[in-house]
Write a protein that binds this ligand. Sequence first.
Ligand SMILES: Cc1ncc(COP(=O)(O)O)c(C=O)c1O
Length: 390
Amino acid sequence: MKSRDIPAILGGAPIFDTLLPFTRPTLSGIITLQKKYLEILGSGMITNSKYVEEFEEKVKKYLGVKYAIALNSCTSGLMIILKALEIKGEVIIPSFTFFATGHCVLWNNLTPVLVDCDRNTFNIDPIAVEKAITSKTSAIIAVHLFGNPADTKALEKIAKKYHLKLIFDAAHGFGVKHQGKPLGGSGDAESFSLSPTKLLTSAEGGIVTTNNKELARKIRIGRNYGDSGIYDCEFAGLSARMSELHALLGIESLKNLEKNTANRGQLVNLYKELLNKIPGITFQKIEDGNRSSFKDFSIYIDKKEFGLSRDKLALALEAENIMVRKFFFPPLHKQKIYAKYHNSKNKVDNTNNLSENSLSIPLYSHMETAAVKKVCEAIYRINVHASEIA
Ligand SMILES: Cc1ncc(COP(=O)(O)O)c(C=O)c1O
């Protein structure tokens, strides 16, 4: 079956005339920033100045955390956190994640230990974490996957019991509420992403948050080569500062964060209501009292019940002019640079299952409800014709 054969089976023209994007940044209000951009450019202070400070202050307040440090990406934030904490040996990370979670470990010459996730929440499984601890383990990195808060309490308990550092890859974390509160201040530090696919964006960028004063100081100099200002570096840091232009965009985007999150929540509710009518589709479990940012909306396809595999559904949706993503396939333990670190004693059955059967479908903060309805209509129509496509 080729994707070009699918429209004929489905009865003619694709459901969308033009390609429905998988995601888009929501940049409303940006046009009003022209004056401020001209002011920044005219002042010559184009990096690491008053707008970066203002952005950090506003993020700190929003998250309710003591320190927020703006950087050029979440990945560099994670790299600097590991460096600043002087982590040695093994770092436990989920296999079901984006590769940047692992890259920060490799860049610090540390050994990633890949563990399984929970089948329902898709987040790192605290029981799998505890089983993977050895005498060489010094840290855990957990991810709030797709914006679904990880089990921070269980992970903090484990970190305390075994004297491990605990870091959160909070790339998908803006917009999340964990038991009523935004993320920030859990474990030793968090690193958030502000890239264009996130609910809060500065075009590119990252924010590290912590309640630890000394760690905050080290992150601050770590984004500036490790130089505290005396031209004799404390450690080998990165060049990872945020520019004023990016910070201004971040400040504007922060104003829309609650609205963006609420919109996504409503769109996801509509998706769930409509997709629940189709057999074989289930969703990531969000624990009671938590709010996901829905950085992505992932559906799980039971091949038997739905009548088609995830891969065939993806092909059919592409034929309908709908962009989809197989997040996260392959999982880290099956990728070239990570496979050698996989210890078969650390079972990854849930990761294999989710990475083979789940599919992220279009979602962005200003997506129209009509588009959500049409995506569901397409999935319905594909399901009706499943036996012909299979
Ligand atoms: C789980 C996860 N970690 C880290 C990153 C990297 O973020 P950045 O591009 O800001 O470095 C991403 C990017 O989307 C991600 O999904």
